[in-house]
Design a protein around this ligand. Structure first.
Ligand SMILES: [Zn+2]
Length: 112
């Protein structure tokens, strides 16, 4: 299935990924069907956020409820790879309950 990610959504994901680098950033993708129109950042609840991510199910529920009020649903999950890998790890595949998973590969923040 092909999903369409709005450009401003991609920009937001990159911005969040840079903010917490070198830790992994994570969150949820909101939309309708195969259209992703918004994203939410969630807390990375992993014990070792440098090496992985965990989204608290209660936070997922809260985001889903708020999205439903705006007529949207959680269509996927996103997270960053601070070491720049562009593909999903086997742990990523195991831990994703959604049809869509987006990885944001970020090597390092630009010098400010
Ligand atoms: Zn990953």
């Amino acid at each position: 299935m092909q999903y369409a990610l709005a450009p401003e959504v991609h920009e937001a994901l990159v911005g969040w990924a840079l903010e917490v680098w070198p830790e992994e950033a994570c969150g949820l993708l909101l939309g309708r069907g195969t259209r992703v129109v918004a994203a939410r950042r969630t807390r990375n609840a992993a014990k070792r956020p440098l090496l992985g991510f965990v989204i608290d199910p209660l936070e997922t529920l809260a985001v889903a409820e708020a999205a439903a009020e705006g007529g949207l649903e959680v269509v996927g999950v996103w997270h960053s790879h601070p070491q720049g890998e562009a593909s999903m790890s086997s742990a990523d595949r195991r831990g994703n309950p959604f049809a869509l998973a987006v990885v944001v590969p970020i090597l390092r923040p630009p010098a400010s």
